[in-house]
Design a protein. Structure first.
Length: 485
């Protein structure tokens, strides 16, 4: 078998990374500004209130399409008919309507009782409007993703986030407080609806096929199961901290988590959104999949490592100067969680790979193993050391995730990924990280301004990368620029 990477594949990947990167830049800029303004205007306990609501709405959000959207992307074109799309649309509408009613009538009152916060009775139903309307966008988004039309996806996402972000900022300055963040979360989904209809030109018909539903639901049920386990795995800390330690402590922890995990999750999304359909298209060529996967890990590490190093080395002056002394309790958790993100990014493409090769069942089993280890260690950490203990528990469990992910490769037929292969792709970002850290720490202990130390960190990091990956950098950026032109 010829495993040479096709030019068309390289162009699709370059195009996808380009437009997903544009999407990331705009989204994270506005998201960061909004979080910055709210953190200045709100107190930790108010920030924690949103964190409490987000635990419940986020959990239901992962159920909103039953994994059907992922199934539509993974299926080959010849295995899909129009009935699959129409059936998926109406299944999503019926399902999310039921979820919204459950959130309004059951979950909101329960959350208010569980946390002793009456405001959650109002906040959660309003946040849940995003769940209700998200099903309308599901099929359109799957169609654009499947066709690798990331330019349109980036345009829709950026325009709606800019619209929502600007209005949310005005609301924040006008004194709406937590409702500015609530509005921003809900409005992006609603604003996106007409853009998706225009981008695809697809309109749903009153058509239902039981065979089409069973076809995509059979794949989607495993994907949804994995998403549920993954969500519980990544958010049980919010639930326990909010319940055991209160809204104010949860607010401090939330800030630390948002600053670190936002970069990790969004950067992973950029690459995984591109690679998931590619993995599906190339699922029979395991040698090519291996090269793609290692490049994904390397690229994610190259981007994420310097950001996390900044938080670890310069977290104290960053928090106190940007957010104020009231948030100083977030510094230690921020540093620990930044380390956990650096571990997590090492397996950044694992989920997309397993789904792309049609192994969602294996993914769900691995999530069960990770959850069984994580829950007791998290409970012990919170009980003995509060939010710092929670952060250390997360760091330990990210190490477990790396080991479990490495083991999972041996369960994919003909997919041989050795530890040597894995470490080989990490060599360059690790050398750059050590070099940049040494320079930044030295400057910081010389009492230079933390902004100067930060600039030195990033400059040293990318200069080292350029020296070690000179030819690869040229080839990569040439491909991106040619595609953009």
């Amino acid at each position: 078998m010829d495993t040479t990477e096709p030019k068309s594949g390289r162009k699709l990947i370059a195009n996808g990374i380009l437009w997903n990167s544009v999407q990331l830049l705009v989204n994270q800029s506005f998201a960061f500004i909004i979080k910055l303004v709210l953190a200045k205007l709100l107190f930790p306990e108010q920030f924690g209130l949103i964190g409490m609501a987000a635990i419940f709405t986020g959990f239901v959000q992962i159920l909103n399409d039953l994994g059907v959207g992922a199934a539509l992307v993974q299926r080959k074109n010849e295995d899909l008919s129009e009935s699959h799309y129409h059936t998926a649309f109406w299944a999503g509408v019926i399902w999310t309507t039921g979820l919204f009613l459950i959130m309004f009538l059951v979950v909101a009152p329960f959350a208010a009782y569980f946390y002793h916060q009456p405001q959650l009775k109002t906040i959660i139903p309003v946040l849940s409007l995003g769940i209700l309307f998200s099903s309308v966008n599901m099929v359109h988004k799957a169609q654009l993703t499947k066709s690798m039309n990331f330019k349109k996806l980036a345009f829709i996402d950026n325009v709606t986030n800019i619209m929502s972000g600007l209005i949310a900022l005005v609301m924040a300055y006008a004194g709406f407080g937590v409702w500015a963040l609530v509005f921003n979360t809900v409005s992006t989904v609603i604003f996106a609806m007409p853009f998706y209809f225009k981008a695809t030109g697809w309109l749903p018909r009153f058509e239902w096929s039981n065979s089409a539903f069973n076809d995509v639901f059979g794949f989607g049920i495993y994907t949804t199961g994995s998403n549920i386990l993954n969500y519980l795995y990544n958010n049980i800390d919010y639930l326990l901290i909010g319940k055991l330690l209160g809204a104010s402590v949860l607010g401090i922890y939330t800030l630390a988590f948002v600053l670190t995990d936002t970069f990790r999750s969004r950067i992973m999304a950029v690459i995984n959104n591109v690679m998931y359909p590619i993995y599906g298209l190339k699922q029979n060529d395991t040698s090519l999949l291996k090269r793609y996967y290692l490049k994904v890990v390397q690229l994610n590490c190259v981007v994420v490592f310097p950001i996390m190093l900044f938080f670890i080395i310069l977290g104290m002056p960053f928090i106190t100067n940007i957010f104020g002394a009231k948030w100083v309790g977030a510094v230690v958790p921020l540093r620990i969680l930044a380390g956990s993100v650096m571990l997590h990014i090492l397996v950044s493409g694992n989920t997309a790979l397993l789904r792309g090769v049609g192994r969602p069942g294996l993914e769900m089993k691995l999530q069960l193993v990770k959850a069984a280890i994580f829950l007791p260690t998290l409970a012990l950490g919170i009980n003995y050391a509060g939010i710092e203990g929670a952060a250390w528990a997360i760091l330990f469990n990210k190490l477990v995730v790396v080991v479990v992910a490495q083991y999972s490769f041996s369960l994919i037929p003909d997919f041989s990924l050795t530890l040597s292969d894995f470490l080989g792709c990490l060599k360059t970002p690790l050398i750059a990280s050590l070099t940049a850290s040494a320079i930044s720490v030295a400057l910081y202990y010389l009492h230079l301004n933390y902004i100067i130390c930060a600039v030195a960190l990033f400059v040293a990091y990318f200069l080292t990368l350029r020296f070690l990956m000179k030819d690869e950098f040229k080839s990569y950026f040439k491909g991106i620029l040619n595609k953009a032109a």
